[in-house]
Design a protein around this ligand. Structure first.
Ligand code: DP6
Length: 346
């Protein structure tokens, strides 16, 4: 007797960044955030969840390597929540098999570097939650499941619905209103593209959880960002997306990436996620926009040196052409490191 479900989840790259928790256990953020979901052709997590009365403990394999479930409070939070929902379903349907009483085996694989600032935890936890929810045949919506994925990794809550997704920070102490919401489906702005430049596939120097805790505790700029800047940017970004205003979208995206890295620098001790290659890519995009006479590309960086460049399909040749030429001149860049993943459409 074996029950099984397999699913994939996409990577999302924030254009308004989540950085700071007001509750570290429930993963409640100090500001709302907004992301674009990338195409699953290039970057995704693939997860199989199975359960059986013969399994003796919950187990998880990540890219073939077993990880401890019991010692990860994030994993157990997700699993406990999903099991609870299944138990409720079983109570309402006495004929449903008692899956909530069986142990789980979960197998997850990424097709991109783990913890290199490429949102692997986001896709990973989103796929895990989706796979178990499918296995349990839960009726909950993606929005409801985002509440659970959030407890695995904050950014994971934005990987469950596709397209342009906001994570509304909420106010409740129990996190009930800290949920993801689709701002627009991918089909609303199908011209959008993302190129991912893998500057380094190494693990990040400071994990995001530790980094954001240090920022909240020590940065003087941080409060201003969370209280004043981000709320304004969230509404401006939603408007830019609704109106498909690329220049506004790009301007906000670059400013928010730069401010996020500025609060990292304002943290004590300072956190450096960008390297020389990252900074060269920033100069490249700024120069490209200047020479085009308008904003045709936007860079953004998460907690690592890898660059994501957003542009629209009409400028694909200009952007990717210039990028390839420029990469050849960037010190420290090797062609074989390049993962030019033109992304987005599902
Ligand atoms: C810079 O979601 O990885 O990518 O909630 O502690 O797991 P935890 O953090 P995580 O942080 C992501 C930070 C970011 C910005 C973003 O994705 O919004």
């Amino acid at each position: 007797e074996l029950y099984q479900a397999t699913t994939t989840a996409p990577v999302n790259i924030a254009v308004i960044k989540y950085w700071g928790k007001r509750d570290a256990k429930l993963n409640l953020p100090t500001n709302s955030s907004l992301s674009v979901t990338l195409s699953q052709d290039d970057l995704r997590a693939l997860t199989t969840a199975s359960c059986s009365p013969t399994f003796t403990e919950d187990r998880l394999w990540l890219n073939g390597v077993e990880e401890s479930v019991a010692t990860s409070s994030r994993l157990t939070a997700c699993i406990d929540n999903l099991r609870q929902l299944r138990a409720e379903l079983e109570q309402e349907n006495p004929s449903a098999p008692r899956l909530s009483t069986f142990k789980l085996h979960i197998c997850s694989e990424n097709n991109f570097p783990t913890a290199a600032g490429l949102a692997s935890s986001a896709a990973g936890f989103a796929a895990l939650v989706r796979a178990i929810a499918d296995l349990y045949q839960l009726p909950q919506s993606a929005k409801d499941l985002s509440r659970i994925a959030r407890q695995g990794s904050g950014s994971a809550c934005r990987s469950l619905m596709g397209g342009y997704v906001s994570w509304e920070m909420g106010e409740a102490d129990d996190g009930n209103d800290s949920l993801a919401e689709q701002v627009a489906p991918q089909s609303h702005w199908p011209e959008m593209r993302a190129a991912v430049l893998v500057v380094s596939a190494e693990r990040k120097t400071v994990p995001s959880t530790a980094g954001m805790q240090a920022t909240v505790a020590t940065s003087a700029l941080f409060r201003h960002r969370a209280d004043v800047v981000v709320p304004e940017r969230m509404s401006a970004m939603k408007r830019a997306i609704k109106e498909k205003d690329f220049e506004a979208f790009a301007d906000l995206t670059m400013k928010d990436s730069n401010q996020f890295h500025a609060v990292c620098l304002d943290t004590s001790p300072p956190i450096f996620y960008l390297n020389d290659t990252s900074r060269a890519c920033i100069r490249f995009v700024e120069e490209l926009n200047r020479s085009a006479g308008k904003v045709i590309a936007a860079y953004t960086y998460d907690a690592g040196p890898n660059c994501v460049i957003y542009y629209t399909v009409e400028n694909e040749e200009i952007v990717l052409g210039a990028l390839k030429k420029c990469l050849a001149n960037i010190d420290g860049w090797r062609e074989r490191d390049a993962a030019l993943a033109a992304s987005l459409p599902e």
